[in-house]
Design a protein around this ligand. Structure first.
Ligand SMILES: C[S@@+](CC[C@H](N)C(=O)[O-])C[C@H]1O[C@@H](n2cnc3c(N)ncnc32)[C@H](O)[C@@H]1O
Length: 295
């Protein structure tokens, strides 16, 4: 989908463990360059080690992808041929990040991608009102039991660890044969809220289209429906010449398409890939080509 070759310049906005970055650097050898961004300083250091063999072909930046355009300018990185966004968390962050992303971890509730962010999961869980908790859990977790869960959290406070939070939720809304743990949606909600994931994603998508050269490609992989819906809506809007309300007889919006869709339908992993790596089961990939008209 990225269609990169020797000499291409690519932005990997979600460097993580550097797996995609290494593949891109191999595909763009001998002289292609990669600008890798990650908000998590620990992820960046891990990727730095993994990518050291590529020398100065890999430029790594510890920052939020909400600052993508400024980062590209600062490093004089144009022309950009491809931008990759592989959203969410890496396996390492989930399993051993020690920040309470996983409800199996008996560690403090942090959930920030970067220690520079102001609000932790513990602040939300232990100090927000029941009404505010319910709103967050319902909006960012799409959890139908948000009211009961918010009440249980307030009853059980103070809640020190991720495991304690998961247990409080499980006691309030026991498993009824469902496959996913009853705390899954609440953990997602708190993480999305703490990291302002939807706001940063919307802004980063706009910037990605602006930094791309005409014909450059944007590939985005989402792992939950809130992100995927936002991406789908963004791409649909940006691929149209007119975004006036349907039924309006003449166009007044003056909107011009800035991308052409490469994926008319979302791309899902094959059954074989899911068997090999169950974590990709929720992955949804969408891609587009920039038309070089973004403002
Ligand atoms: C699924 S992992 C990426 C894995 C990577 N593609 C690889 O091959 O190893 C997502 C990464 O994006 C980072 N991330 C998530 N949101 C971010 C944001 N707003 N700004 C910068 N990095 C972000 C996370 O810290 C995490 O390391």
């Amino acid at each position: 989908m990225l269609a990169v070759g020797p000499g291409s310049r690519c932005v990997d906005a979600t460097l993580g463990d550097g797996g995609h970055a290494a593949a891109i650097l191999e595909a763009t050898a001998p002289d292609g360059k990669l600008l890798g961004i990650d908000a998590d300083p620990q992820a960046l250091e891990r990727a730095r080690k993994r990518l050291s063999a590529f020398g100065d072909r890999a430029i790594l930046v510890n920052d939020n992808f909400a600052n993508m355009e400024a980062i590209v300018e600062r490093h004089s990185f144009r022309p950009v041929l491809a931008v990759l966004m592989d959203l969410g968390l890496s396996s390492w962050q989930l399993e051993s990040g020690g920040r309470g992303f996983s409800f199996r971890e008996d560690v403090g509730l942090d959930m920030r991608l970067s220690p520079s962010q102001p609000v932790t999961a513990s602040d939300v869980v232990n100090t927000y009102s029941q009404v505010e908790l319910q709103r967050i859990i319902s909006t960012y977790g799409e959890e139908h039991q948000a009211r009961r869960i918010a009440a249980a959290i307030v009853r059980q406070r103070p809640i020190g660890t991720a495991l304690q939070l998961a247990q409080a939720i499980e006691a309030a809304v026991p498993r009824r044969g469902q496959r996913i743990h009853p705390a899954t949606r609440t953990f997602q909600a708190i993480r999305v809220f703490v990291n302002r994931e939807l706001e940063t994603l919307e802004s980063a998508l706009e910037q990605a289209v602006r930094v791309l050269e005409q014909g450059g490609r944007l590939v985005v992989i989402a792992y939950h429906s809130l992100d995927d819906r936002l991406i789908k809506t963004f791409l649909r809007r940006e691929s149209r010449d007119c975004i006036c309300p349907t039924g309006q007889p003449t166009c007044t919006c003056e909107h011009r398409a800035s991308v052409r869709l490469l994926t008319k339908k979302v791309v899902k992993p094959s059954a074989a890939e899911v068997r090999e790596n169950p974590r990709v089961r929720s992955a949804r990939l969408r891609a587009c080509v920039a038309l070089g008209q973004a403002q």
